[in-house]
Design a protein around this ligand. Structure first.
Ligand SMILES: *Cc1c(COP(=O)(O)O)cnc(C)c1O
Length: 360
């Protein structure tokens, strides 16, 4: 069976090798006689799976000592609330950078808990760039600075990490985590819903510096307290056991492929090919400033939007799926996370040229 290339923004493709291995282990995980789904999260088999997943993630990301890795639920959307609840720590408010749809959601949620200073925004240019760092009006007394390194809908990605000095930097990395090497020590908190570049939906990764844990807003629900999850190794309650296991298999897959620098090399090449195809033709367009185009989510439009449905249905017949753009953006979007093979991008680029020849 040849698998289609699924360009969905999330839930997204998983590496075929990972799915094969999950299938082999489905009914009987390593002689236990059980599926991972059936195991007690407190049993020794599952504990070994959970610990190994964390250890492999720490290895591939180079997560330093002094950071906790939490395997939570509730999606990145829950982190929009958990971040202010845990990080305001007696301060009045926090700085937020607004680069698009996901930034806006994080900002709206944070406003429920404190004062939000939008220290920089690219709204004036339609979110087609990231605001230059020297234009940011950061508050030295902010509890933290929050930004969205990759805007999944707009296809805008920061090519640099902001320097916020002593103010902790918080990043919603849902759609860019594991796409390239990262200096984790520059961050106070990194969080990501798993369903883009980590594993199945239902799991949320939070990497948090230990000194930021343990001082929540009054009224914070137990389940929203980082300290509760940190003290219980993410097993205060039943975690998303199967998603955690599968994420562990993805981490091993990344390690065995050469780690994040190998991922970065392939991702850069995939993105370059796709943007070259878009820029090289008057039929296709991408509005994002080339200096901050996303490696992971590539929105593009056709010169004649009336052809969008034809493009989508012809693409689907040759196994190029889920290319429809986000409902707020229109056009197309190709999400090309780690698990999208380079051959999938090659096939898309070929199809685009062919489609233009026939319909352009
Ligand atoms: C998908 C996404 C979210 C929302 O994630 P959920 O896990 O569905 O809550 C938040 N931020 C970014 C950048 C995303 O790509």
């Amino acid at each position: 069976m040849s698998r289609p290339y699924n360009f969905s923004a999330g839930p997204a493709m998983l590496p075929e090798e990972v799915l094969q291995r999950a299938r082999e282990e489905m009914l009987d995980w390593q002689g236990s006689g059980m599926s991972v789904m059936e195991m007690s999260h407190r049993g020794k088999e599952y504990m070994s799976i959970a610990e190994k997943a964390e250890a492999t993630l720490r290895e591939i990301m180079g997560i330093p000592a002094g950071y906790k890795v939490l395997f939570l639920q509730g999606g990145a959307s829950s982190q929009f609330a958990m971040v202010p609840m845990n990080l305001l720590r007696g301060k009045k408010g926090a700085d937020y950078i607004n680069t698009g749809a996901w930034s806006k959601k994080a900002i709206a949620e944070a406003r429920r808990y404190g004062t939000v200073n939008v220290a920089a925004s690219s709204e004036a240019d339609g979110f087609h760039s990231v605001p230059a760092f020297d234009s940011w009006s950061l508050d030295p007394d902010a509890a933290y600075v929050h930004y969205t390194p990759n805007e999944t809908i707009g296809g805008v990605e920061f090519p640099w990490i902001p320097k916020t000095g002593d103010v902790p930097l918080v990043a919603d990395m849902s759609s860019t985590i594991l796409s390239r090497p990262l200096d984790v020590s520059k961050f106070g908190v990194i969080y990501a819903g798993a369903q883009k570049n980590v594993g199945p939906a239902g799991l949320t990764l939070v990497i948090v510096r230990e000194d930021l844990i343990g001082e929540t807003l009054p009224g914070t629900p137990t389940m929203f307290d980082y300290a509760v999850h940190a003290e219980n190794d993410s097993m205060y309650n039943t975690p998303a056991t199967y998603a955690w296991y599968l994420a562990g298999l993805v981490f091993e897959w990344i390690r065995d492929k050469g780690g994040l620098s190998a991922m970065a090399e392939i991702n850069r090449r995939k993105a370059e090919k796709l943007y070259a195809a878009i820029d090289g033709s008057p039929f296709y367009a991408n509005p994002v400033d080339p200096s901050c185009r996303s490696w992971m989510n590539v929105p593009f439009t056709l010169a004649n939007p009336a052809m969008d449905p034809v493009f989508l249905s012809e693409a689907a017949t040759i196994g190029l799926l889920t290319l429809k753009g986000h409902r707020s953006a229109g056009g197309m979007r190709a999400s090309i996370y780690n698990a999208m093979p380079e051959a999938g991008v090659d096939r898309l680029v070929e199809f685009m040229a062919d489609f233009e020849k026939r319909h352009g």
